[in-house]
Design a protein around this ligand. Structure first.
Ligand code: KG4
Ligand code: ZN
Length: 336
């Protein structure tokens, strides 16, 4: 069978990324220009600044990805790009670059959903089995997604307020930890104990999520300690927050695994999948209870935003005959 080589472009938030992937699995190159150092100074992503840096970086990153892969545009079958969700100005830059490349070199354009990209990042390490259940946990998303096959997505549950990554980042920020806060909480929690009682997230739908109450509970705890001039142990607070957040997250996962019939594969996707405690809890406490289901947690490099995942999602869409018109625009709130 003829090889399928796809160039993927990702610019939905603060990473300018371009990758070239052959036959869904073989990552020929994956270049990520991170803006973290710039946004660190502001304690979070500043959309206007992010868009400008994407403009400065995108041509260079495309060039590097082609050089590293040892590819010319003639060998590329399609150009895949994140259409949404994400920051509108940031998405525009990737879309314009993708359209320009596709137009100039007469290649089909394939628009991709960022979350589909996170889910299909697991293709890099596993042959996905369907029906599949994906737990998507990132800075902008917390969702349980059911895939009957690789071409159908059903959102079973989603966050009613903050995404889990957002809660990690906000709690870290009020604790004076640098951006992005998720990895900082993860590190600090290892030195602490789960000793502070925080608000447990509640939702009507047993597969929905909610993290704003827990976040407020941490803020109130800190304010109370300050008012009473009481000391608290930051590592214990990090650990208590992380344990409460993960317990709420995983109780929804076990509910879905128990109630949705026929699941053959469970995958985790998105930046928060890099959380070491989440990885341990899934592998040691959940997976052994479901021996009939395959569990995959992607390696850290595939968890956070990259373009290989967009190239893979683009390859799957391309192989299913999907093509995008050149007049598509960014969709910041794109549905899955
Ligand atoms: O998927 P991603 O790179 O970007 C989005 O699409 O949002 O996810 C970034 C999020 C941030 O909130 C970051 O703090 C979080 O993933 N994150 C973590 C860890 N590493 C990254 N959260 C908890 N523990 C970690 N080790
Ligand atoms: Zn992401």
């Amino acid at each position: 069978m003829k090889d399928t080589i796809v160039l993927g472009i990702e610019s939905s938030c603060d990473e300018t990324a371009v990758a070239i992937v052959k036959n869904r699995k073989e990552v020929l190159s994956s270049v990520v220009a991170s803006q973290i150092d710039v946004h660190k100074e502001f304690g979070g992503v500043v959309p206007e600044v992010a868009s400008r840096i994407h403009v400065e970086n995108i041509s260079m990153v495309i060039d590097q990805a082609l050089k590293k892969a040892g590819c010319t545009m003639e060998e590329i079958d399609a150009v895949a790009v994140t259409q949404g969700p994400g920051l509108v100005g940031c998405l525009h830059i990737g879309l314009q670059a993708a359209k320009t490349m596709a137009w100039t070199f007469h290649k089909p354009l394939v628009a991709v959903h960022h979350i589909a990209g996170h889910i299909f990042a697991n293709e890099m390490v596993s042959d996905l089995q369907y029906p599949l259940l994906a737990l998507v946990v990132s800075g902008g998303h917390t969702e349980l997604v059911y895939l009957k096959d690789e071409n159908s997505f059903e959102v079973l549950g989603e966050t009613q307020d903050d995404a889990i990554g957002e809660a990690f980042d906000k709690v870290a920020r009020v604790m004076g930890l640098p951006y992005p806060g998720g990895p900082q909480i993860d590190r600090l929690a290892k030195e602490g104990n789960n000793v502070y009682a925080l608000a447990k997230p509640k939702t009507e739908n047993p597969m929905d999520f909610s993290f704003s109450g827990l976040k407020s509970s941490v803020l109130q705890f800190q304010a109370r300690c300050a008012r009473r001039q009481e000391n608290f142990v930051p590592a214990d607070l990090a650990c208590s927050f992380q344990e409460t957040a993960l317990e709420a997250l995983l109780s929804r996962v076990t509910y879905a695994l128990d109630h949705v019939s026929g699941i053959r594969h469970f995958v985790v996707a998105g930046g928060v999948a890099a959380n070491s405690r989440l990885r341990t809890l899934i592998t040691e406490t959940i997976a052994p209870n479901y021996p009939q289901i395959r569990f995959t947690i992607p390696p850290l490099s595939c968890c956070t935003d990259n373009a290989a995942m967009i190239a893979i999602a683009g390859t799957i869409a391309y192989q299913h005959g999907r093509r995008s018109s050149f007049d598509i625009g960014a969709q910041p709130g794109m549905p899955l």
